[in-house]
Design a protein around this ligand. Sequence first.
Ligand SMILES: Cc1cc2nc3c(=O)[nH]c(=O)nc-3n(C[C@H](O)[C@H](O)[C@H](O)COP(=O)(O)OP(=O)(O)OC[C@H]3O[C@@H](n4cnc5c(N)ncnc54)[C@H](O)[C@@H]3O)c2cc1C
Length: 478
Amino acid sequence: MARASSTSLFRVGIAGGGIGGVALALALQRLGIRSVLFERDASFDERTQGYGLTIQQGKTTLRALGACVVERVREASPPSTAHFIFDARGAPVMFWGWGEQSPSASLLQSASTPASAWDANRNCHVARQTLRRILLDQLDARLVDVRWDAAVEGAAMHGDHSALAPLAVTARAASTGATAEHRVACLVGADGIFSSVRKLLRLLHDDELRYAGVFVMLGICERAPFPLLHRRVVQCSDGDARMFIMPHDATHVMWQLSFPMPRADAEALARAGRADAKALIAEAVRRCGAFCTPVPAILQRTPRALVTGYPVLDRDAMGATPLSAATSAALGGRVTLLGDAAFAMTPFKGQGANRALADAVSLADALATRGATSRGGGRGSGTSGGRNSADDPVCRALRLHEDAMCARSAVKVRGSRAAVEQTHCADFIDVDAALRRRGMHDPAVPVNRERRERIERMRAANIGMHSEAAELDRAAFS
Ligand SMILES: Cc1cc2nc3c(=O)[nH]c(=O)nc-3n(C[C@H](O)[C@H](O)[C@H](O)COP(=O)(O)OP(=O)(O)OC[C@H]3O[C@@H](n4cnc5c(N)ncnc54)[C@H](O)[C@@H]3O)c2cc1C
């Protein structure tokens, strides 16, 4: 991999200091490429951003961001050893555990192993702000200029591709109203679902955000009163509302309650919830206050300040062609997108942050391997004076990134949209349907037959969400 000189004048502008933007700054730094990171918020803690992420394929990407990142995520990641789905009365619908993956280590044994959640075959949980903090802590001020209170508002091309930093990015400080101009070689919109950079592109693609038909509510509460939630992911549904609960950090769990709702009602509820989270809790109690224990108690014990809720939005998956047509035509082709700014998806497959991390690492690699950073950002390369964007190595690297990103993400957008229906319907709590979803429907396979028989035995013996955690594990896994 080409490593650019840290004294090079090549500098990437990044709009947005969320997971994707900070990961990009770090990935570029590791390749010796400088960047300026614009974040609209005045500081790291300006807004409550408290929800948890499940890192799946993103674990591979984290490795590319350095051993220190992996180590700190490993330390911060609360372990989970099993996943249960119950119906609203608490009867088991499906379960799986990572102890089963190794015939020599039962789940019950694994529950007493040290609290490491880092295993190649398993997802890990990490609070979004924790991951963001870990990534930010790795940034070196000599290579990354982090600008808080700097909302990117616009950009304009000054000169042609032969200039060192042909793009002038305008950022506004909300605290003073003052704007400042920053010269960069290219601009990456990592500014989330309502991306300002995306708006600069005037995409021909149908660019409307689409209401996915469900409202999602999030809360964080202490884990100690709920032994069931120690090391376990739990879902509970009545076939309409779905409560998903997972480890958040060493002492807390995060819950996500989602349910179908007409758009106007969802928007009204979000407005009421912003004014006072009491409105959200009241709706949650209305939807699942009668669910099996411990769901009602979890709602009761969640501090109001840690509850948020909003309508779920996504966008149609976009192909590389319409995206590249728009990015090539705008700002001399020196602009691109990543993460939610490029692909907004529903959270029901837990893919958004995993995708944003992958986009960040592959974009940094494309810039480094295409020689984009050499001689100050394509200066003098390609056609005479470097005036043709098709021959400009920076533009070529950005288009390469877009091809790879679209190939990766379009399928995840569609899968995440399909998951809305799959997780909010009667089939979600049907044992046969649940076995099918896990690929365990064929009774000729002994492990499938055994799983069904266990679920049926547990249901007949009234072992479920209300049971002692140890009894539940014994019935499921021993
Ligand atoms: C409840 C919930 C659960 C989720 N669970 C998972 C999960 O388990 N796994 C997973 O992979 N994903 C999950 N996601 C999705 C994931 O959080 C997002 O997809 C991911 O954070 C996207 O990262 P991003 O950097 O693209 O955008 P964001 O994280 O939204 O960051 C955008 C940043 O840009 C800043 N900004 C906005 N406009 C400007 C501007 N004009 N100038 C400068 N800065 C600007 C914002 O302040 C923000 O800091 C979940 C999402 C939600 C809501």
